[in-house]
Design a protein around this ligand. Structure first.
Ligand SMILES: O=P(O)(O)OC[C@H]1O[C@H](O[C@H]2O[C@H](CO)[C@@H](O)[C@H](O)[C@H]2O)[C@H](O)[C@@H](O)[C@@H]1O
Length: 835
């Protein structure tokens, strides 16, 4: 039988439903799968996860090194492992799993780190794992400990689950180094197997630096990051000492997936508040690169649970349990022994329930199974035992204990049996990325349709609407809900159950993995179709410069020649920038002009003494040629609109703490960089609407959306007009033209130059270009244009400051204002060393 495609994967779950249920739900679900695109081309996925889903132990036939290895499945993370594994069952998909292999087990059954193994034994590990499509990351013992038990489990995990660090959960600063090192080892391992076109899919909070690290190695790669855990509110997240590093680490991804939209929203808000980045409901503008977010709730391996629950061994256990709890209603709970699992809240609520409804005493048993938690806290464990003892001593007797508490790894058959026979499943977790236990309960309840009481603080709560939602902190509310659920009639039970069952079977782990990969694939295709702006080719830039005799150099100021600062007055020219400008202006073959939004007073003050430098202020309202006076290009313009704009800006300034007004001669700027990031953004939108209604619709002015600012200035001027003026009536006289900018207003300059170059080289029609090579390339994309600029003079270098995927009409890009200054210095050097 051939492998199903990724799209068909969703349909498999339908078949399971229809096979197992005579009153099939399949027809009601059939519509969904059609919306998935076919994966027509083969795709290779590299799935990076902290632990590989395998363990290794020494094979009996090699008692001494070099060892051969036996590979077995690892416990835990069943949903993720099942989803990732299922990708290899799909047509057109090949999935390589990359992760830490952990300790190995020797022939005596003892565990050891892999550090001291010989190279040959390690090679054999790689060979053994390659049969399972897996590649190990070798992390030394100390790094592995600091990374996993340290930073991942004791710093990140509590924070992501809304817990603060305290004596029971201390933070150790050395863990950060291990976390960074382990993430780097992952990046190196993935890099060693990466091929162009691969999709890298990174899992969970152990690897949050990996997207950025891998992006640095492979800038054009498609990287997905999926966070299995919750993401807390930005108010809490910002308490993390390494918050910026973690957020930027994550933003190396092309797309970030979350379990629920509320986790995604918290992440967006953290990017705004902690990093000051602009966000939309679907993504983050990471300095010009869009990182998108998506919501992909994980499912369980429903088919596997389906098979397990029906095994004869499970039936035998069910019989025993029924006998043991004859005439009792059974409430089941299985959780990790962590504070966030809400076991304390569950016991408190159960105690309340027995007190509020005495008729249930002796008739209801809570079977609570716990497994070791992420962070062990003996005080908390003692507290739970004490609560159990209290309830049992208050409401129990020699013959019957209302709480059966088992702190142990439960045998799967026993667990399945419990889920099959339970009359109620009670989940009171305080925070949980998803909660897969509740989904397993649903699969097991095909005969009884028992209700599920589910904490609203689980990721699952948003999707299984058939569950009864509870607030675990409201003990009385939970007690009432238990009573109502135990009395629920068969019709309501079935109605609720059908919804839950449909959801769980349809949205299983396989469906989740296929959906994410499909989505990443679509993202990659979009990325490929939008041309990137090439990085400025410095040798070419310098060569074209030295070859030319008449050169025009036009430069924006803020964000281009100097980095953005919080306070506009503090954005001063760096000394090396002034040095480069002076050197360029000293050469009579160069004409250099700063074209800025700043007013003439600012430009005069900071750049006025650079001999030979031309200045243009307020987005083209003023110009001062070298040794000349300022010319006001808006002399005749009626400026009465300024009063109204000023009063609107004042209105918003008074209501937005941190906002300021910069009143210039022909324009006014409203700055909100120092306001609360989200509120500032919100107020800017409000202010813009207000301006549009009150001023812009009536008067010849326009609003410019700048970097954390709104500017209003007359429509008749813009930086593009200044470029045209400087280039003059014979623009072809300029053999070398460079124009650099970072802002939206600088795009007017790039567009003006693009049109000019088109006119010069192609007589207005690029197909009549004077160079044969040019004829082959249109000026449609940045990449095309950069190529046409380099073959023959005139050489036009339009340069945007930002990442390669920034939307810009410029032909080249550099990453920062430092790079612009370096590029100018390079011209100076090239000139001085030219023959
Ligand atoms: O055309 P430019 O030279 O790029 O000037 C555009 C505006 O830049 C200034 O504001 C921006 O830079 C500030 C300093 O880094 C920063 O604090 C602010 O948030 C940015 O919007 C300037 O204050 C404006 O007058 C210019 O129009």
């Amino acid at each position: 039988m051939s492998k199903p495609t990724i799209d068909e994967a969703a349909d498999l779950s339908l078949k399971v439903v229809s096979l197992s249920h005579p009153d099939s739900f399949a027809s009601s679900m059939a519509g969904d799968s059609s919306k998935h695109e076919q994966l027509s081309a083969p795709v290779r996925i590299i799935a990076a996860m902290h632990f590989l889903p395998f363990t290794i132990s020494v094979a009996e036939e090699t008692p001494a090194e070099p060892y051969e290895w036996k590979v077995a499945g690892r416990r835990g993370h069943t949903a993720m492992y099942a989803g990732v594994r299922s990708l290899n069952e799909l047509a057109n998909a090949d999935c390589i799993q990359v992760g830490w292999i952990g300790n190995y087990t020797d022939l005596k059954g003892e565990e050891h780190p892999c550090d001291k193994l010989s190279a040959a034994s390690r090679d054999n590990i790689c060979k053994a794992l390659s049969k399972h499509n897996a590649v190990p990351v070798f992390v030394d013992e100390s790094t592995a400990h600091g990374h996993y038990e340290g930073y991942s489990k004791h710093t990140l995990w509590p924070l992501l689950h809304y817990m603060s660090w305290d004596d029971a959960r201390p933070m150790n600063p050395t863990w950060w180094d291990s976390y960074t090192k382990a993430n780097k080892l992952f990046a190196e391992t993935i890099d060693s197997i990466y091929q162009d076109g691969d999709i890298v899919w990174i899992h969970d909070y152990h690897l949050l630096l990996l997207p950025e690290l891998f992006r640095a190695a492979r800038p054009a790669s498609t990287i997905g990051l999926f966070l299995h855990s919750p993401f807390p509110s930005s108010e809490l997240f910002r308490s993390l000492p390494r918050r910026k590093e973690i957020l930027y680490g994550m933003l190396g991804a092309t797309r970030i997936g979350f379990q629920t939209y509320s986790y995604a929203r918290h992440f967006l808000s953290s990017c705004t508040r902690v990093l000051g980045l602009e966000t939309t409901p679907t993504g983050i503008d990471n300095k010009g690169s869009m990182v998108t977010i998506g919501v992909f709730p994980i499912g369980i391996d429903a088919r596997h649970v389906q098979e397990r629950r029906a095994l004869p061994a499970v039936e035998a256990k069910m019989k025993n349990l029924r006998e043991m709890f004859a005439n009792k209603r059974i409430i089941i709970g299985r959780d990790r022994l962590d504070e966030v699992a809400g076991i304390k809240q569950k016991l408190e609520a159960f105690e309340k329930f027995l007190g509020m409804y005495p008729e249930w005493q002796n008739n209801v048993v809570l079977i609570q199974v716990t497994q070791p938690g992420q962070t062990q806290d003996p005080k908390f464990e003692a507290k739970i035992s004490e609560l159990v003892t209290n309830i049992n001593s208050t409401y129990g007797s020699l013959e019957f204990m209302p709480v059966m508490y088992h702190h142990t790894f439960l045998d799967t058959d026993e667990y399945m049996a419990l889920l099959n026979i339970a009359d109620l499943c009670l989940i009171t977790v305080i925070r949980d990325g998803m909660n897969t236990g509740s989904l397993e309960f649903v699969v097991c309840q095909q005969d009884k349709h028992s209700p599920l009481l589910l904490s609203e603080f689980t990721g699952t709560a948003g999707s299984v609407s058939g569950a009864v939602q509870i607030n675990p902190w409201d003990y009385e509310g939970v007690a009432q809900a238990i009573d109502t659920a135990l009395r629920m009639g068969p019709d309501e039970k079935k109605e609720r159950y059908v919804q839950m069952y449909q959801h769980v079977m349809r949205h299983d782990a396989q469906h989740w993995a296929a959906t994410v990969v499909q989505d990443l694939r679509a993202t990659a295709l979009v990325g490929q179709s939008s041309a990137e702006t090439p990085a400025l080719d410095l040798p070419l830039f310098a060569r074209c410069f030295t070859e030319s005799k008449r050169r025009m150099i036009m430069l924006d100021y803020d964000g281009t020649l100097t980095p953005i600062t919080n306070i506009p007055a503090q954005a001063l020219p760096p000394p090396e920038m002034l040095e480069a400008l002076r050197a360029l202006c000293a050469d009579p073959r160069n004409f250099v002009c700063i074209i800025s939004g700043r007013d003439r007073a600012f430009l005069e003050l900071h750049l006025g003494d650079v001999k030979g430098l031309a200045l243009s202020g307020e987005h083209g309202s003023f110009i001062r040629y070298p040794d000349g006076d300022w010319i006001n290009l808006l002399d005749e313009m009626d400026m009465s609109w300024k009063d109204e704009v000023l009063s609107i800006f004042t209105f918003y300034t008074e209501r937005t703490a941190g906002a300021t007004i910069e009143a210039k001669e022909t324009s006014i700027t409203w700055h909100y960089r120092n306001a609360d990031p989200e509120y500032g953004e919100f107020q800017a939108k409000e202010c813009m609407n207000h301006l549009e209604d009150a001023v812009v619709s009536k008067l010849p002015v326009e609003i410019l959306v700048g970097k954390k600012c709104l500017e209003v200035r007359p429509m008749s001027v813009n930086k593009g007009e200044i470029v045209k003026r400087l280039m003059g009536a014979r623009p072809e006289q300029w053999e070398f033209v460079v124009c650099a900018g970072d802002d939206k207003t600088d795009e007017d300059m790039f567009r003006a130059l693009r049109t000019m170059k088109q006119t010069i080289v192609g007589g207005g029609n690029s197909s009549q270009s004077r160079a044969p090579a040019d004829a082959a390339t249109s000026v449609g994309t940045s990449a095309d244009w950069s190529l046409t600029s380099m073959r023959l003079p005139p050489y036009y270098f339009t340069v945007t400051v930002g990442p390669a995927d920034k939307k810009s009409a410029a032909a080249w890009h550099v990453r920062s204002s430092h790079d612009v200054v370096d590029a100018l210095a390079r011209l100076v050097d090239a000139e001085s060393s030219a023959p």
